[in-house]
Design a protein around this ligand. Structure first.
Ligand code: PPS
Length: 570
């Protein structure tokens, strides 16, 4: 069904079925694809008209037109490829002419897709053209190379239901709802502000000025779908935006959440953002410095020039259907006690700034966040979800050969931490885990990986919730340990402790008699004997229990935890 809603932004193409019940019956028996988080975001905006004029995933011709020239096959300006990536196994069931059912992770039918195109993309070429790089430090390049399926599908969508959201329902609006809301409020000029960060004073000053310059009302339109890995989670950000909103003159500004999955594609992404806001009924769009920038590449250089996005939008200004409002970075000038665009700083004036990294450091260490940088209520909100390290959870991950002394150290550490108090402590010793979590697993490479990943998962949950997890598996493979580290580090502390007692000592101790059995060939695949142990290259701590008593080892570990800020002086 196509609805045309004047007055803003031209035609809005909503793609929902007239009768979802009929569609649900039709979907029974169709090949089923479970949408990833990113695909679910894409489908939500395709169905709601956020990506008008698209009415589904792109055909092969549209895709190549977009990749090469930023144009759909009919010549319409469109900067970002939007395709359904699937694995070869599923692709075999989805020939052009077939229909497939797209479901969310719980199995709810979201849409039916009439597959029109199926092809194998050249992902490296796509990355070079669209992102301007093949560097894995770019999140969209990493997605393409590590997560995206090898086959792309294109075809129209017919929606059964909008993806379910339980959070911030009152702040979510489809393009049609926003257009209607603007009409209801009598807003004929609306300038949209795109953001994936909490709003601080610089952002408020920038949006005040933009609204004044455009003589428009302001829509704060943050992305809550997927942003850059490592960003502040959207729950915290939305609470910050709600605080920020109270700082604007009443009735001038509105907050609405956009379920977009960003690609961090710099200039092309900025153009895409503008088109999306046009579809949501806005007349103006703020383009910032480094708009949708993914940060530095693996050589430490910027992926895009700071004002490349301004230039691209200016070049296409006549056909986007929304007026770009370019802005330089806003900086705080001490002498004037106010924010001004960077280009307006007079010679000799003192400019103050605080980087994202510095803000995170201050939060982590519980240091002051200056008032010139952000409002107290926003700083307090950030502090709630980013407590200083001594109130964050952490994981101590012992790794080493059988008999190296991991369990002894782990038990001693647990007792010492309980003596210190303050956080719940959980011990995930190798034997405990193999009894309660992994009783069906053996010692093949695949089973060891599964075992260690299960430990990592439980430890990550404990860490996320502010507890201490002490793990003590052999964990012989470096890649698996790295995966565990990546799982936990964004949630709190992670300390890898290599219990580096030499094999000869472990074997001599042979408390369980297993080394003797392994040497006699009665146990196969025994770590250190006929299965490898890959020692950590750069652990937070290395302890050799042949040279150090458990008490001395634990003391060194406590000092390390203290130096990193996770515990008060032992
Ligand atoms: S792993 O590799 O991390 O999954 O191993 P883990 O869960 O820590 O289990 C190691 C304990 O199992 C006993 N065991 C073996 N270890 C190594 N290799 C083989 N083939 C093997 N078979 C049994 C051994 O007692 C280990 O206990 P610890 O406490 O490390 O001595």
């Amino acid at each position: 069904m196509i609805h045309t809603i004047p007055p803003y932004g031209g035609t809005l193409k909503e793609c929902y079925a007239d009768d979802p019940e009929v569609l649900k019956r039709e979907a029974m028996g169709l090949p089923e694809w479970t949408l990833s988080r990113r695909q679910l975001c894409d489908v939500e905006l395709l169905l709601s008209g956020g990506f008008s004029p698209l009415e589904g995933f792109m055909s092969e011709a549209d895709y190549y037109g977009v990749v090469e020239n930023m144009r759909l096959d009919d010549g319409t300006l469109w900067p970002m490829p939007l395709t359904l990536d699937v694995d070869a196994g599923f692709a075999a069931l989805a020939a052009p002419g077939e229909r497939i059912a797209l479901r969310d992770a719980e199995g709810l039918l979201i849409a039916v897709m009439d597959v029109s195109d199926r092809w194998m993309p050249d992902k490296a070429h796509e990355a070079r053209r669209v992102l301007g790089t093949e560097d894995r430090a770019h999140p969209a390049m990493r997605y393409l190379s590590e997560y995206a399926g090898e086959v792309y599908l294109g075809g129209r969508l017919t929606g059964a239901a909008a993806p379910l959201h339980y959070d911030f329902k009152a702040l979510r609006h489809t393009p049609r709802q926003l257009r209607e809301e603007f009409v209801r409020r009598g807003w004929s000029r609306v300038v949209a502000f795109q953001t994936r960060n909490p709003m601080h004073r610089a952002h408020l000053e920038l949006t005040f000025r933009a609204a004044q310059r455009a003589e428009a009302n302001l829509l704060i339109h943050p992305v809550v779908g997927m942003t850059k890995p490592g960003d502040v989670d959207h729950y915290t950000r939305v609470r910050c935006y709600e605080h920020a909103l109270r700082r604007f003159p009443e009735q001038t500004t509105m907050l609405s959440l956009l379920p977009l999955a960003m690609r961090m594609a710099g200039p092309r992404e900025a153009l895409w953002h503008a088109i999306i806001r046009r579809n949501h009924g806005c007349t103006h769009f703020i383009v910032g410095r480094d708009h949708a920038s993914p940060g530095k590449d693996s050589l430490g250089n910027d992926f895009y020039g700071p004002y490349e996005a301004h230039e691209l939008l200016a070049a296409h200004r006549d056909e986007i259907g929304i007026e770009p409002v370019p802005f330089q970075a806003m900086v705080y000038v001490e002498e004037r006690a106010e924010y001004v665009p960077a280009g307006e700083v007079a010679p000799g004036e003192t400019v103050k700034s605080l980087s994202g990294t510095e803000l995170r450091r201050r939060l982590r260490e519980g240091l002051e966040i200056p008032e010139w940088f952000t409002y107290p209520e926003i700083a307090a909100e950030l502090r709630r979800t980013h407590p200083p390290r001594h109130r964050q959870g952490f994981t101590v991950f012992f790794t080493g050969l059988s008999g190296a002394g991991k369990s002894t150290l782990a038990n001693a550490l647990m007792v010492k931490l309980m003596e210190l108090g303050g956080r719940p402590v959980t011990l995930l010793d190798g034997d405990i885990v193999r009894t309660h979590l992994s009783s069906e697993l053996g010692f093949s490479r695949a089973h060891r990986d599964l075992n260690v990943q299960r430990i990592g998962f439980v430890a990550s949950e404990i860490t996320k919730n502010g507890g201490v997890a002490i793990c003590a598996p052999i964990a012989p493979y470096a890649a698996t340990r790295q995966r565990v580290r990546e799982m936990i580090e964004p949630l709190g502390g992670f300390l890898e402790v290599h219990v580096a007692t030499p094999l000869a000592v472990c074997e001599q101790r042979d408390r369980k008699g297993l080394y003797a059995k392994a040497r006699a060939g009665l146990i196969k695949g025994f770590t250190g004997i006929d299965d490898p142990y890959e020692p950590p290259e750069d652990p937070e701590l290395r302890l050799d229990t042949s040279a150090l008593s458990p008490a001395a080892g634990i003391q060194r570990l406590l000092l390390k935890l203290e130096a990193l800020g996770f515990i008060a002086r032992p």
